[in-house]
Design a binder for this molecule. Sequence first.
Ligand code: FUB
Length: 449
Amino acid sequence: MLITKRKLFTFAIFLFAGFLNANAQNPLVTHLFTADPTARVFNGKLYVFPSSDTYPPAGREAEFPRFCMPGYHAFSLENGSTWKDHGWVLKENDVPWGEKDTYAMWAPDCIEKDGKYYYYYPAKPKNDKAFRRIGVGVSDHPTGPFKWEKSFIKDVTGIDPGLLLDDDNKAYLFFGGGHELYVAPLKNNMKEVAAEPILVEGLPAGYKEGSFPFKKDSVYYLTFAHVFPDEGYTIGYATSSKPMGPYQYRGKIMDNIHNGTNHHSVVKYNDQWILFYHSWDISGFNKLRSMCADYMEFKKDGTITKVKPSLRGIGTPQVNDTIQIDRYNEISGANTTFVGGDEPNGWMVCDAKMMSYVRFDRVKLDGATTIKARVASGQRNGSFEIRLNNPKGKLIAEFPINYTGGWSSWETIETTIKEPVTGTHNLVVVFKSDWGNTKSVNLNWLLLQ
Ligand code: FUB
């Protein structure tokens, strides 16, 4: 979905208008631009540590032909599908060893060892010729506050820290972009390398950056941005029997998409593997990215099935989670577009005609007694129904369509669920109107209560 500059501007305004919780549908959050997401599970809870993209400060546009990246927020998944923004973890001008106002806070990582959380980040060093150095901070909590080391990690020059903690509690720091990847074991203090970094062997031509190491069934996996001359950025992976390699290329995890770059991570959460990545579909500009996530599967032989990016993403909305219905699994006879009016959110379902439907998979209905819907309509004819699993499935709720003051005048309406439903189901919204009516209602979101 490409958008015009004007739309981008309008969109940016609502992005920064700010609301701190957002949904697990793709993109994961829309109140700020986020890139390079590193996801981790700590004590059973899913966290994501992305970088952030922003607009260059006024008057300094020419200095930032590439990324303008002011620092890091941290997020955690709350309830079934709501991301909580914990605010700033680190701002660029708070890096003890960093050059000020360089907006150079590229991809970070965070890892837990012996009950402490270590956050690794690249920054532009002051009084040093290196493009980037890597710093570290330690905290008792995954989202900080972190105590930042006064100096960068000695003997490490480069970007994209990727951490691996092996089963024997030894940690490894992978880093480097621009076709070369290095790895070094870390000392027990996690703040110094235990040996000179070595070049990782066996990576294919076109290895670019953004490596993410993890281990599964005694196999070491290394995923990375892999650039093909005809296709551009893809996500590839390699495996090894030893943490520091040599590695062997195994194939692609994701084809080229609208992602600009494709820094990513892989995590196992609630027994499902998830690929976190970013795309610029919502901004139309490859330096304003937004993090996304989709489920990923391993075949029996340990190889990875290619992931197809989806709007629906991950997570299972439940009572008190908002369902962004425009992030559908299937749509028929209707469209989606950016929300109009004073609405703070991103998209809506529009142009819904008689028997149009939208299917949204995996909603946990236990305990829900009512459904709220955010609607706008310029006419007063028809209804929409909520059915289970398919457009002819069990009818659980019905909303009349009334005139709300216009197609951008929003109201929240509410209806009772006809009889209690348990378990996780796919929800299908079916629109009813006169045959020939091309627009019945704009629907922004649903909320179970
Ligand atoms: O986001 C800035 C840089 O672009 C990251 O550090 C790289 O991995 C690439 O995504």
